[in-house]
Design a protein around this ligand. Structure first.
Ligand SMILES: Cc1cc2nc3c(=O)[nH]c(=O)nc-3n(C[C@H](O)[C@H](O)[C@H](O)COP(=O)(O)O)c2cc1C
Length: 184
């Protein structure tokens, strides 16, 4: 049984997102829900906690996200690699990925999009800037709530290299003493 998730400070979510892990984007629109895999994303600010990502317009998620103006960003661990590869290689247009890949979900407090239970971190997001979507497919979100399992402090994540290959997160190496306080 997993340790329950707890609220996590939004100013600290970079711990999970800055290293560029593959995430699962949950969406909900007009009674339907979906999930896709995503690697092209970045943090954009601490407070408000802003997060940007590229979504291809051919994905079923694209219109759901654009119309609902909300999503969940869910952080899978390496143990979910088969599910992640499957989720990212089929479309929710023709099947229910939650059923197909055995994903249990919980409701968030701020958005209708589902939180994926097996992911140790879930972020509820609202669309704050849609101006770059038509030209670049760039969605800019504000993370409004973070739910994180406190143990282990940093889960082992997966990072996509292209060619169907993933790299998994490894050793943590500190150079803290050499950092200016403003860069920590
Ligand atoms: C590892 C991985 C990373 C991906 N990264 C992105 C991404 O950053 N942006 C994107 O639009 N699609 C990305 N995809 C592709 C979508 O996840 C894929 O097209 C998915 O099937 C879309 O599902 P949907 O049609 O249900 O929305 C990625 C797929 C994989 C496997």
């Amino acid at each position: 049984m997993h340790t329950p998730k707890a609220d996590y400070p939004l100013s600290e979510i970079r711990r999970f997102l800055e290293p560029g892990p593959i995430v699962l984007v949950g969406s909900a629109w007009k009674g339907r829900r979906n999930v896709m895999a995503m690697g092209w994303h970045m943090m954009l600010g601490f407070s408000p906690a802003l997060f940007a990502c590229y979504i291809w317009e051919g994905n079923h998620s694209y219109e759901m996200l654009r119309r609902s103006r909300e999503c969940t960003i869910n952080l899978p661990t390496v143990s979910m690699m088969d599910q992640v590869a499957g989720i990212g290689n089929c479309s929710g247009r023709s099947l229910d990925k939650f059923e197909t890949f055995g994903l249990s979900t919980s409701a968030g407090g701020h958005v209708d999009a589902p939180l994926i239970d097996d992911c140790p971190a879930n972020f509820e997001c609202r669309l704050v800037d849609e101006r770059q979507i038509p030209e670049y497919g760039l969605f800019i979100w504000e993370v409004v709530k973070a739910h994180v399992r406190p143990d282990p402090e940093l889960p082992t994540t997966m990072h996509y290299l292209g060619r169907g290959e993933f790299m998994t997160s490894g050793a943590i190496v500190s150079r803290r003493d050499e950092f200016r306080p403003g860069n920590l």
